[in-house]
Design a protein around this ligand. Structure first.
Ligand SMILES: [Zn+2]
Length: 263
């Protein structure tokens, strides 16, 4: 490149243009003097800058309000994370919403993969793997169908399926928990199937399978219990496939309110 003079020339032209800009020459004439590369970074005029600052100020106020008001509701336990969705139920005095207890999401650091795309709390995972190998030794194939579910996935399962099936929130809640109220978000709950009878997956017919009979006899040894037995006090439909892990102090604490209600 021929650097020297050609590099200096635009600079000197620019300082000349800047000096001239103080004079009352029309703006266009001034801009024509400034090399193209300089023109595109011409600073905003004070009035536009003021408007921009006001706009940014308002934007950060709105974002602040969203952070302070909306986010705590989404993660909070005692408010309705979905009031804007046409559902107006408030949690009962014991914190339950449509029969379901509120649950915190298991932190990512406590989750591990147990099968492709399926995560559980590490304690529940360890116990489940032991349960599955004990079942296998008895000739029974206990399959993990669902484990940890994020709030976003639960949101989809509740609202989108609800509208697809034209269900009311109350009807939907008998078969699925509202987001923030699913045992699956704790990483301690599992939906189990029988590898030899996949047609019974997530159906009450699962209780006719060898896997269910085996679970009834053995799951407690691995600290898994049926969350929603027939006629449960929570009023949730019988779910023979849905089990939860209660084999650690933390898991026991998480499910203590549900246990107390069903006692
Ligand atoms: Zn489930």
């Amino acid at each position: 490149m021929t650097s020297g003079t050609s590099a200096l020339a635009p600079n000197s032209r620019r300082s000349a243009a800047l000096q001239r800009s103080a004079s009352p020459r029309p703006l266009q004439a001034v801009e024509a003097d400034i090399p193209l590369a300089r023109r595109v970074v011409v600073p905003l005029r004070p009035r536009r800058r003021g408007r921009l600052a006001l706009g940014l100020g308002l934007l950060s106020l709105v974002l602040g309000a969203v952070l302070v008001i909306v986010v705590p509701r989404l993660v909070g336990q005692n408010d309705i994370p979905w009031a804007g969705k046409g559902a107006v139920q408030r949690p009962a005095a014991d914190g339950r919403l449509l029969g379901h207890f509120p649950y915190q999401e298991v932190p990512a650091a406590d989750r591990i993969n147990v099968a492709p795309g399926l995560e559980l709390h590490r304690d529940a995972a360890e116990a489940l793997l032991a349960l599955q190998s004990a079942a296998r030794a008895d000739g029974v194939d206990v399959v993990l169908l669902s484990g940890y579910r994020s709030l976003a996935v639960q949101q989809q399962l509740f609202f989108e399926v609800k509208s697809e099936r034209n269900q009311s929130a109350l009807e939907r809640a008998r078969v699925s928990a509202p987001p923030g109220y699913s045992e699956h978000s704790t990483g301690y709950a599992v939906d189990l199937g029988d590898g030899a009878a996949p047609q019974t997956n997530l159906s009450q017919d699962f209780d006719q399978t060898a896997a269910f009979v085996w679970l009834q006899a053995n799951a407690a040894r691995f600290h898994y219990v049926l969350s929603f037995p027939p006629g449960n006090a929570q009023g949730v439909n019988y779910e023979p496939w849905h089990w939860r892990f209660e084999g650690s102090a933390q898991a026991l604490r998480v499910f203590e309110p549900a246990q107390r209600l069903n006692r």
